[in-house]
Design a protein around this ligand. Structure first.
Ligand SMILES: *[C@@H]1O[C@H](CO)[C@@H](O)[C@H](O)[C@H]1NC(C)=O
Ligand SMILES: *[C@@H]1O[C@H](CO)[C@@H](O)[C@H](O)[C@H]1NC(C)=O
Ligand SMILES: *[C@@H]1O[C@H](CO)[C@@H](O)[C@H](O)[C@H]1NC(C)=O
Ligand SMILES: *[C@@H]1O[C@H](CO)[C@@H](O)[C@H](O)[C@H]1NC(C)=O
Ligand SMILES: *[C@@H]1O[C@H](CO)[C@@H](O)[C@H](O)[C@H]1NC(C)=O
Ligand SMILES: *[C@@H]1O[C@H](CO)[C@@H](O)[C@H](O)[C@H]1NC(C)=O
Ligand SMILES: *[C@@H]1O[C@H](CO)[C@@H](O)[C@H](O)[C@H]1NC(C)=O
Ligand SMILES: *[C@@H]1O[C@H](CO)[C@@H](O)[C@H](O)[C@H]1NC(C)=O
Ligand SMILES: *[C@@H]1O[C@H](CO)[C@@H](O)[C@H](O)[C@H]1NC(C)=O
Ligand SMILES: *[C@@H]1O[C@H](CO)[C@@H](O)[C@H](O)[C@H]1NC(C)=O
Ligand SMILES: *[C@@H]1O[C@H](CO)[C@@H](O)[C@H](O)[C@H]1NC(C)=O
Length: 347
């Protein structure tokens, strides 16, 4: 994963910083004011260097209603926020086919009174590990699913399909998975990842709706990666407005809950600048107005020394970057393929 750094005090940084407050809303269609939505959630990527950032997402006024952290159990930072719903995920392959750690842990949370309404399956099982994929084969995933995920349905939990990448391999993987499962796996909603432009996002969601008609959609990672700030902000506002209006989309979580200089999808995606201030996108996402804070590539060391001069960044290999531009757009054929598979989806 790429960690971005520039020299503190470089000329470009000084120019950006002096312009920061002037640039409230930039290109034609980007509005300074925005609005709140209860569909919004957090992809939580803990960063031990800046623990204060954890509080940003649950500050008073934040519209975020739910989060996931790619794990089975909640993050300790958020355990006291009972209205900030936690969604467990079985990220990748368990230690063995007989392993029931995930199932046991989630079941214990429910038994102890946690409000677990949803769980999600594997993270990018069709993706390679160097882009954050979990590299689980459809056949193995079917066995793990039956062992550890399907039983949660009996406890009233709604099940989210494996969260495949936005590329063609995603559709293929899911079709193979449902075939391997036969009638033994069901899912209630389908998590979707998208990195690319707005047209691509719209087309991709339509393709998923064609392949899995009637299945609720959650867009659990999305961003326009590596674009300039205006384009990135325009994408954000167009995408979020579209997701809010789309009746098939239950929830979404923007991929940007980190400081700009630690981003592996381009600095402009980030909801925090290098110092942890909310950027325009960050503030809009939480239901606020533009802040005028410009994301930058300036490396900032943790305030409290940890014994070393160079901070160690703990963005896990979960921070995925899948190139999924317009050309990975998939249409008709895969819908047919999925229909042939003929698995019955619940809801
Ligand atoms: C950030 O800075 C590093 C060098 O310190 C450079 O390699 C990288 O390309 C920069 N990223 C951006 C998005 O400017
Ligand atoms: C962004 O938009 C503003 C206002 O339209 C413009 O002044 C600025 O040059 C644009 N920046 C880029 C990088 O396109
Ligand atoms: C502005 O945004 C609306 C959606 O809110 C869109 O329909 C329209 O095409 C956009 N206009 C421009 C000039 O991008
Ligand atoms: C949160 O904001 C509301 C409305 O602005 C206010 O009434 C309440 O006191 C605030 N709570 C805290 C803990 O700041
Ligand atoms: C439990 O979580 C669900 C979904 O996150 C939410 O709709 C519901 O209101 C919560 N119930 C309680 C009692 O907090
Ligand atoms: C898994 O469980 C089965 C019986 O349910 C047993 O035969 C097998 O040896 C177990 N495998 C491992 C790796 O523990
Ligand atoms: C779930 O697993 C975590 C990590 O091992 C552990 O801290 C937690 O206590 C477990 N929760 C339950 C309810 O068993
Ligand atoms: C899906 O199954 C087909 C047929 O077995 C195989 O050729 C293909 O590689 C599989 N694709 C994925 C992504 O699992
Ligand atoms: C919602 O999904 C259905 C198929 O399940 C599709 O016909 C419809 O066009 C979708 N709506 C939107 C807004 O994409
Ligand atoms: C950003 O955060 C730093 C450190 O907390 C603070 O000194 C600075 O004033 C903030 N800048 C803006 C534009 O909010
Ligand atoms: C955003 O700006 C509008 C217009 O100035 C204002 O009415 C609204 O209260 C602001 N929203 C927040 C969350 O400050």
């Amino acid at each position: 994963m790429r960690i971005s750094r520039v020299q503190l005090g470089s000329l470009s940084f000084l120019c950006l910083a002096s312009l920061a407050l002037a640039n409230i809303a930039s290109s034609d269609n980007i509005t300074s004011t925005f609005y709140a939505s209860s569909k919004r959630g957090l992809v939580f990527i803990p960063n031990s260097d800046f623990p204060e950032d954890n509080n940003v997402w649950v500050q008073n006024g934040s519209d975020l209603t739910w989060y996931y952290n790619y794990k089975a159990y909640p993050s300790s930072n958020y355990e006291k926020y009972t209205s900030f719903s936690f969604v467990p995920m079985l990220w990748g392959a368990p230690s063995s086919f007989n392993d029931t750690t995930f199932l046991d842990n989630v079941t214990a949370q429910i038994t102890h009174g946690s409000n677990i309404t949803y769980v999600m399956g594997f993270n990018e099982p069709d993706g390679s590990s160097d882009t954050g994929g979990s590299e689980v084969s459809p056949d193995d995933a079917a066995i793990y699913w039956v062992k550890q995920i399907q039983p949660l349905k009996k406890l009233g939990v709604q099940l989210g399909a494996p969260a495949v990448t936005g590329g063609e391999s995603g559709f293929e993987w899911l079709a193979n998975f449902t075939k391997a499962c036969g009638d033994d796996c069901t899912f209630d909603f389908i998590p979707i990842h998208w990195y690319g432009n707005f047209d691509g996002l719209q087309n991709h969601l339509a393709d998923v709706a064609n392949a899995y008609p009637g299945v609720h959609q959650w867009v659990t990672e999305f961003a326009l990666d590596d674009a300039d700030l205006n384009t990135t902000q325009q994408f954000f506002q167009d995408a979020v407005r579209f997701l809010d209006k789309n009746e098939n989309v239950t929830f979404y979580s923007y991929f940007g809950a980190f400081r700009s200089f630690t981003s592996n999808v381009g600095i402009n995606v980030a909801m925090l600048d290098s110092w942890g201030n909310l950027t325009d996108i960050g503030s809009w996402y939480l239901g606020g107005n533009a802040t005028g804070v410009i994301p930058s590539n300036v490396t900032v060391a943790p305030v409290e020394p940890t014994g070393t001069t160079a901070p160690t960044y703990t963005l896990p290999p979960l921070a995925t970057k899948i190139s999924a531009g317009p050309k990975t757009y998939v249409s008709g054929n895969l819908a047919v393929l999925a229909a042939i598979v003929g698995v019955l989806y619940t809801l």
